[in-house]
Design a protein around this ligand. Structure first.
Ligand code: ZN
Length: 318
């Protein structure tokens, strides 16, 4: 009798532990005050490992900047939703859990281009995001360095510090089944130079731009977001790569995203990760990174410090 009571007591405790840790897991995804912009301290040190243990083989030839993909099968309507998570050296940004949870709950594949410094600031979120199979994580430079302005050493450090930070967080999370390091890269400000793209390709990363810049201003107003969504959906074609942000810098991204997803799904689109889209066709390549037409983003060169990182002194990777 005593044995049976003990057995049931153990069962009850086990069940309670399971339920509470399970509930905890679900709650962990809920947004909290640490996800807000500037909520976390700004640390400007290098990552604890400056060069990743895993280096990628250089691309066979420098392929330039991929804007979109021309799909082999014109019956297929696929496009890729991408989200930049940018952070300058001088300030911390946020993590848009409304966007992350919307994509996760709807099981929508997406590619997240994270700054390395952003990853370290939001380490708990990155480790969580790594466990969700619908996401793939990609490289968006360490502290948003402008690839057209960085020195060759500075550029290499911006890319490799980010690879290292990802690797460190993957190790901490003990996740052996996710990619060892990112293999896709996005140019901060969409800015580049011929030699920068060559360097990034030599480091084994493919450079992914976009053909649809989704957020044009503030979308906190639902009416406005609905209008913007129609514009975004009209610009989207099979093979498109859409640019959004998930760092709470543009306002109202979640409103725009909901509408865009709903219109595109109604039009018969499926969403795939960028790495999957690349397998489905021939990339359309450009020699210049830009928002909508060549040269239109050069004005940003002078707005964010000496080399895009927000700093007044050069980022050298020292
Ligand atoms: Zn960015």
């Amino acid at each position: 009798m005593m044995k049976t009571v003990k057995f049931f007591a153990v069962l009850v405790i086990l069940a309670m532990t399971f339920t509470s840790s399970h509930a905890q897991d679900n709650n962990d995804w809920a947004k909290d005050k640490l996800d807000a912009r500037k909520a976390l301290p700004n640390v400007t040190d290098s990552p604890s490992r400056k060069v990743p243990l895993k280096s990628l083989a250089p691309l066979e030839k420098s392929e330039g900047i991929i804007r979109r993909v021309n799909l082999y099968d014109d019956e297929i309507k696929a496009c890729a939703l991408t989200f930049d998570m940018c952070e300058l050296d001088t300030v911390t940004t946020g993590c848009d859990m409304d966007v992350i949870n919307f994509l996760r709950e709807k099981n929508i594949p997406a590619t997240l281009f994270m700054g390395g410094k952003w990853m370290r600031t939001h380490a708990r979120r990155v480790k969580q995001i790594m466990t969700a199979k619908n996401f793939e994580i990609a490289n968006h430079n360490w502290s948003h360095g402008n690839c057209a302005l960085l020195s060759p050493e500075g550029l290499k450090a911006q890319v490799l510090w980010t690879q290292s930070e990802y690797e460190l967080l993957r190790e901490e999370a003990g996740l052996d089944d996710v990619q060892p390091v990112p293999s896709l890269f996005r140019l901060p400000y969409g800015r580049s130079s011929e030699s920068a793209v060559k360097t990034i390709n030599e480091l084994g990363l493919r450079v992914i731009q976009w053909d649809v810049a989704a957020e044009a201003g503030d979308n906190s107003n639902i009416k406005r977001a609905k209008k913007s969504a129609v514009r975004v959906a009209n610009m989207t074609k099979p093979g498109s790569i859409l640019l959004f942000h998930a760092n709470l810098v543009p306002k109202g991204t979640i409103n725009l995203l909901r509408e865009v997803v709903s219109i595109l799904q109604a039009k018969g689109y499926e969403f795939v990760k960028v790495s999957e889209l690349l397998e489905m066709g021939e990339p359309e390549v450009t020699r210049d990174g830009y928002f909508t037409k060549p040269g239109d983003n050069r004005a940003l060169d002078k707005k964010f410090g000496i080399d895009g990182t927000g700093r007044k002194t050069r980022f050298t990777g020292e």
